[in-house]
Design a protein around this ligand. Sequence first.
Ligand code: FAQ
Length: 311
Amino acid sequence: MEANQEKIFEEKLAKGLKIEPKDWMPENYKKQLIRMISQHAHSEIVGMLPEGNWITRAPSLRRKSILLAKVQDEAGHGLYLYSAAETLGIDREELLDQLLTGKAKYSSIFNYPSLNWADIGAIGWLVDGAAIMNQTMLARGSYGPYSRAMIRICKEESFHNRQGYELILSMAKGTKEQKEMAQDALNRWWWPSIMMFGPPDDMSPNSADLVKWRVKLESNDELRQRFIDRTVPQAEFAGLVVPDKDLKWNAERGHYDYGKINWDEFFSVIKGNGPCNIERLNTRQKAHNDGAWVREAAMAYAAKQRKTVAA
Ligand code: FAQ
């Protein structure tokens, strides 16, 4: 019986069809998806913090409304993704518990501080840019609810990316001080952004399963290279310098060669030792505790509604 179900599952993958929540799936497929989707959801929620930090200090009403809309979008993405994970039979409370107790990871990038206003541009340009590069691929992945979530999320990320580049561009073309701020932001966000794609392929233990099951259609290094190839000319157009002395166009490969990535830093950040890990987790724990009354009120209201309907 199980062999037959596995055969149907494999055939669907081979035909590029989607696997839906009620379909049979291998336990490890489910486990990998829960890990990845929940890590992604946590990243969206924790990812609100570096930008949320600047909402009250946005330099104009226009910039403030753009930033507010963006941060709200990230909250929506998180909720959307928790729902996608829940279709695999785990509930949100358990997922949140994994985040709040430090058991589950979230993207390394959000453990870096946003120090100046140009960082808001750098996050949209580089972080959302990297996120889109990865998520456009995930939108073609095999698990229906996750791949469909990616389509909508990518549309919003595309707005996030453009507003970030537009911000960086206006600072880079602004006063000398503004240009210096934009360059400083690029200097600090460049390497963490290219680390977002995950460890190199030969150090990526999850890739084999994820590629086999068509959740990932491209490797960490392939996506990283594409991001670099696309982003370097944008930096040049803005008159900014990518902080990598080994960066060089390689005509033979048709790609940029780039310098050595500090993987020790990456692994240290994902182990909890980045510049802001403790602060981010404390902020989320506080928000969760402060919101307890809202959850209790919603539950009490739902119970009251159920009673009314039953009567
Ligand atoms: N950070 O074997 P692999 C966003 C972990 S959304 C932390 O290569 P995999 C939107 C990995 O979990 C950004 N940990 O793993 C936004 C694994 O550990 P585990 C988030 C990382 O899954 C913008 C170990 O290293 N996007 O930014 C990272 O095959 C602005 C070995 O790695 C997603 O989550 C990392 N960067 O590939 C929001 C997309 N990379 O779990 C607000 C979905 C690796 O075995 C503001 N996820 N690790 O203990 C993915 O595509 C994949 O999971 C990868 C990692 C590519 C992130």
